[in-house]
Design a protein around this ligand. Structure first.
Ligand SMILES: NC(=O)c1ccc[n+]([C@@H]2O[C@H](COP(=O)([O-])OP(=O)(O)OC[C@H]3O[C@@H](n4cnc5c(N)ncnc54)[C@H](O)[C@@H]3O)[C@@H](O)[C@H]2O)c1
Length: 341
């Protein structure tokens, strides 16, 4: 089978994860990239020995490109995803897929109308322990689930925000600690627990000199009857690992990053004798501390879906779910009201 030919749009921090991922997939090849910033473009293309396209149009018109990875500031995802779809390119879109429901719908519609496939990066979905917890939830192993909480107590330096012209802005980041850093966790919550039906929230900017929130708490009500809390901040030193706890009448589990840290069940423990390894992930305090392998697994799965014409687990429709929850949380924080989804 021929290799899927990728190009990368936006050669910043996350682009190298896509390039390393593509280079580690047998039936994928990175052919080129484009960035408005000439210096970033050249540095990236030299590092990966790929073509530096002279314009976005050249890249989109190229018959050598099957799929574009959109690694742009989040506020540019929608218009560029639509452009890629109109040029009949499949799309791998970094999280968040877009900044609001309307933008998500435009991407979904455009991919459907142009017959291309889209996936939204949520690489933690490709970790074994997360899926083991989801399976145990679906199998009723927790009994009645009472609580599902997430804590994302992260640290980002002042330079993290001051060195970027888009992070922490509403227009280009869509929000702060929750939309940028916290969306991974929100996606895992809704993946594990199913739909969120209502939210109530507080958002504050307590430390950083940014427009959006750097600290947020929310109470959630899930469709399955459970309730839970979300804590998200980029303001606390030293920053901790993300914790998700799922607590039911028959047993409970705590995930630390993507590893099961603790689990106890009245009867048989569904996670007994499964080695999920350990995690030394420091993404709570360092955004570049992650590894590329989960991106690789998601992109490899996407290639399989395109080849088999099956819908990817993280389709654009699926990616919209976390954005929808976050937008409702923001609306609640803004209005002081409980918001139904
Ligand atoms: N999956 C993850 O864990 C993860 C981690 C970090 C970032 N991200 C996401 O990746 C995306 C990019 O984040 P980043 O940290 O790499 O940002 P960045 O600021 O490091 O890089 C963005 C790049 O886009 C380029 N750019 C801006 N406007 C452009 C345009 N109109 N045309 C072409 N190039 C343009 C910039 O010059 C820059 O090189 C964001 O959506 C972010 O949320 C995901």
């Amino acid at each position: 089978m021929s290799k899927m030919r990728f190009a990368i749009l936006g050669c910043g921090m996350i682009a190298s994860y896509h390039a390393d991922a593509i280079n580690d997939i047998e039936n994928a090849i990175l052919v080129g990239a484009f960035d408005l910033n000439k210096e970033s473009l050249e540095k990236f293309c030299n590092k990966y020995s790929v073509k530096a396209f002279s314009s976005l149009n050249e890249m989109l018109e190229s018959e050598n490109v099957d799929t574009v990875c959109i690694c742009l500031p989040s506020g540019l995802h929608c218009e560029n995803a639509v452009l890629c779809a109109e040029h009949k390119k499949h799309i791998v879109i970094e999280k968040p897929i877009a900044l609001d429901n309307e933008q998500c719908d435009r991407i979904i519609k455009s991919a459907d109308e142009n017959g291309v496939m889209a996936t939204v990066i949520s690489q933690l979905r490709y970790s074994g322990s997360v899926n083991a917890v989801k399976e145990a939830v679906d199998d009723g192993k927790f009994g009645k689930i009472v609580l599902c909480d997430i804590s994302m107590k992260y640290y980002r330096s002042a330079e993290y925000y001051s060195s970027s012209n888009w992070k922490g802005t509403f227009k280009m980041d869509g929000g702060g600690a929750l939309m940028n850093q916290g969306i991974h966790g929100i996606d895992l919550l809704q993946h594990i627990m199913g739909p969120v039906v209502s939210v109530q929230a507080y958002a504050k900017t307590l430390l950083h000199n940014i427009e959006a929130e750097d600290t947020l708490v929310a109470a959630l009500e899930y469709k399955n009857g459970a309730v839970g809390t979300v804590q998200a901040t980029t303001s606390v030193y030293p920053g901790f690992q993300r914790k998700i706890s799922v607590c039911g009448t028959e047993g409970s589990v705590v995930l630390s990053e993507n590893i099961i840290e603790k689990s106890e069940f009245k009867n048989k423990n569904p996670f007994e004798n499964i080695d999920f390894g350990t995690t030394d992930m420091k993404t709570g305090s360092r955004p570049d501390a992650m590894r590329y392998e989960l991106h690789r697994d998601q992109i490899a799965d996407f290639i399989k879906c395109v080849n088999n014409n099956t819908v990817p687990a993280l389709s654009a429709r699926e990616g919209k779910k976390a954005v929808e929850i976050i937008c409702a949380i923001y609306e609640s924080a803004r209005t002081g009201k409980k918001i139904f989804i």
